[in-house]
Design a protein around this ligand. Structure first.
Ligand SMILES: [Cu+2]
Length: 296
């Protein structure tokens, strides 16, 4: 098992270890009984041993004991599952994870987007998008509560970070969510960040195996600097885009503004009535004086 880097992963590890301890206890009991009967109840003579049946206490025991074992396992599983899917605590960071064929996009949002709306209330601050050749890096801050909204535009993927000891399906049309509390001691002393592996855990097509990403856990100082830098880059990009769009509008504007009145105002019927005359306004001005003349 990889070293858990979230409080939730710690819980998963405990459940896993606890289940093994329970399994071992049952195993030791069973192996002990087998060995005991092999050693102390070997065939001693040709005589058939006394045949017994319907031992009520033993039958009750081996009915009740498995039920107790299962009930205990069930209790801890249900308790931990509830804890792992808890999203009540306000998150410090909100990341919308878009799994697509075949990479990931991480959208940093101002608030969670559990409905997976394409036009969410929450603002998108910036995005990190990968390709199969250019593996993206998801960055989180040490000690943060990080909320993940999982959405897919195409097929089912699975968002898996082994160090979270957790994975969750990314399903088209069915947004999923979970959140983790990153532990405080993830980044080694004297360093700015620690990197972990992430991958898609659901066979999702021919390039499924290339659907990798990195998780970088940064110290608060490093993360804040990184975040500010991302915001700045996103802002200047948005400004550039706006400037480009404005330029384009200036170039394209004269046409759409001149054309619609000519084509739209009088509709198709007018052009059918007067196929020879060019432009609608002219016949209109010609008609009005004619009407006035008729009235007089
Ligand atoms: Cu996938």
């Amino acid at each position: 098992m990889p070293e858990p880097i979230t409080e939730q992963a710690e819980r998963v590890l405990m459940l896993w270890q606890g289940s093994w301890v329970a399994a071992f206890a049952v195993g030791i009991l069973v192996w002990g009984l087998i060995i005991w009967s092999i050693i102390f109840h070997r065939k001693r003579s040709e005589q058939l041993p006394p045949q017994v049946r319907y031992n009520l206490p033993i039958e009750a025991l081996y009915t009740v004991l498995p039920i107790v074992v299962i009930a205990v396992l069930f209790y801890f599983t249900a308790r931990d599952q509830t804890y792992l899917l808890e999203t009540e605590e306000p998150a410090d960071t909100n990341v919308e994870v878009v799994g697509f064929q075949w990479s990931w996009q991480f959208n940093y949002l101002t608030e969670p987007n559990p409905e997976g709306e394409t036009d969410p209330r929450s603002e998108r601050e910036f995005s990190i998008e990968g390709t199969p050749d250019d593996v993206p890096t998801l960055v989180v801050r040490e000690g943060d509560v990080v909320h993940f909204d999982l959405v897919s535009p195409d097929v089912i993927h699975s968002f898996w970070i082994p160090s979270f000891a957790f994975k969750m399906d990314v399903i088209p049309g069915h947004p999923n969510e979970f959140q983790v509390k990153v532990k405080d001691d993830v980044v080694p002393e004297g360093e700015d960040s620690a990197t972990f592996a992430g991958r898609c855990a659901e066979l999702c097509g021919v390039d499924h195996a290339r659907m990798l990403f990195n998780l970088e856990v940064m110290t608060p100082e490093a993360y804040d600097a990184w975040y500010a830098e991302q915001l700045e880059t996103a802002q200047s990009e948005a400004e550039q885009q706006a400037a480009r769009a404005e330029e384009q509008e200036l170039v394209e504007d004269p046409r759409p503004e001149n054309q619609p009145p000519a084509g739209d105002a009088e509709g198709g019927t007018e052009t059918e009535d007067q196929p020879a005359t060019e432009g609608a306004p002219e016949p209109q001005t010609a008609e009005t004086p004619a009407e006035e003349e008729g009235g007089n």
